[in-house]
Every structure is written in C-alpha cells, then in structure tokens.
Design a protein around this ligand. Structure first.
Ligand SMILES: Nc1cc(-c2ccc3ccn(Cc4ccccc4)c3c2)n[nH]1
Length: 239
C-alpha cells in the first residue's frame, strides 16, 4: 500500500515515521509520501487561502492550488480521503476497507476547509470520502490523518507481528474490550479477579465475554442494536 498526505504542515506528519508505522515503512510494508501544499503555490506569498464567497468568518483553501497538487499526487487507483467535521464517521469497518486499497491520498485542510469544487472535481476521476473522526472540532485535518493511518496500517499483514493480531480487536465481535490485568496479583489493595488466575479457560472466556457485554451495554448501548443477528446467545441475554 502507498499513502500520500498533502498538507501545509508536513512536520505534523513526522509521527508517521516513528514506532510501529516507522517500522512498517522500513520493512517495505507501506510507502509514505508527505507533500507540502505550498509547493504548488505560484505567488511570492505562497498563498493557499482566500476569503469565503458569501462572507462569514475565516478563510477557505484555494482550488487553484489544491487541484494541481491532487493531479500530481493522485494516480489511477487512488482513493482520496478528506478529513472534515462534516464527514461520514470513520469506523473500524472503514479502516478494514481502506487497508485493502492500493493507494490512499489524504488531503489535510486548514482554516474553514477546502473549496468544495476540489472534492467535486476529484470525484469525477476517483472515489472520494469526506470523513469525520468524531463529533468534535479540530483545527485541521492532520491529526485526523494520523488517527486514520494508524487504524488502517495496523490491519496490514505483518505490521502487528505475531504477538497481536488485528482479528482479536475489540470491535471484531462488535463489543467493547473488557478490562485487562497483569502482575502483581494485588496492587494498592486491588486484586486481579480470581477467575483470571483459575486456569479454567472456558470460564475465563465466558467471564471476558460477560465483561465486554456489560461494558458495552453501560458505555455504548447503541452498539448492541448493531450486532449481527444471532450474536447474543441465551447466556448473554442473562448478563
Ligand atoms: N472529526 C473532525 C475533523 C475535523 C477537521 C478536519 C479537517 C479540517 C480542516 C479545517 N478544519 C477546521 C474546521 C473547523 C470548523 C468547521 C470546518 C473546519 C478541520 C477540521 N474536525 N473534527
């Protein structure tokens, strides 16, 4: 997979080259390109924004800059992803879909966003997703790209290594992850639940499922309704 990011703050994407993602790049599992949008400006001020038509606060990013940048960065098999507060919610299912893509380009807006015609024009030539990473407002798209790239790249074969497979993800069964514990057995008078030290793995699996179910019902009840038909057995319904 190849990932390209277009931004006016290329240094914001430096974390892509650290830790797990950095190792995935070093091992050739992914190729990453970060491009400074200002390289496509023409004027001495390297302006990327202008006042909004119709008035209103802030500035809008210029189509004459974004257009040529995306023309150069996008290819035949690109999916363009544009973070925005007004986007479709990013989900684990989308992360899996993106992990199967050959080439992802992320367009990072700033100010009040990118002139809509940039997205509309690109959509004539490639799939374009306007995506939100949550119902809160950021200052630009870069943080959202870091979140999405991490969620996508960890799903690629070989990235997580044997210790942890993405198949065991908390969302893989539609429930939240239950609590985790490690040594010591007692810490500040708080003990690890006895069942986890019982060695009875059927009992442990059942307890973990119950914990995940209870946590999901308490914290994200709306997820219960989304579970595939037949996900809950008669024991679950007693939880
Ligand atoms: N989930 C999520 C995404 C964003 C996001 C993404 C890209 C941009 C580009 C500019 N802004 C600032 C902005 C503030 C308000 C209205 C419109 C734009 C962005 C915010 N916020 N929250």
């Amino acid at each position: 997979m190849r990932l390209d990011v277009v931004t006016i703050f290329p240094e914001y994407l430096d974390p892509l080259r650290a830790a797990l993602l950095g190792r995935a790049i070093d091992r050739g599992l992914i190729e990453v390109g970060v491009h400074d949008l200002r390289n496509w400006t023409h004027d001495v001020h390297r302006a990327v924004d202008d006042a909004p038509y119709g008035g209103g606060p802030g500035m809008v990013m210029k189509p004459q800059i974004w257009g040529p940048a995306l023309d150069d960065v996008c290819g035949e098999n690109t999916r363009l992803v544009v973070p925005t507060p007004a986007g479709r919610p990013f989900t684990q299912a989308m992360a899996h879909q993106y992990a199967a893509e050959e080439h992802l380009v992320f367009a990072c807006g700033r100010y009040e966003g990118i002139d809509q015609r940039v997205i509309d024009d690109a959509a004539k030539r490639m799939p374009v997703d306007e995506v939100s990473i949550g119902d809160y407002v950021l200052v630009g798209g870069e943080a959202a790209v870091l979140v999405m790239v991490e969620a996508v790249v960890r799903l690629l074969p070989g990235v997580l290594g044997n210790a942890r497979s993405a198949e065991e993800d908390s969302f893989s069964d539609g429930l939240l992850e239950g609590p985790s514990y490690t040594r010591p057995e007692v810490w500040r008078d708080l003990a690890v639940p006895d069942v986890l030290r019982s060695g009875n793995h059927a009992l442990i699996d059942r307890w973990r499922r119950d914990q995940a179910l209870e946590r999901t019902v308490r914290r994200r009840p709306e997820l219960i309704g989304l579970l595939p038909e037949g996900s809950l057995d008669k024991h679950d319904l007693k939880v």
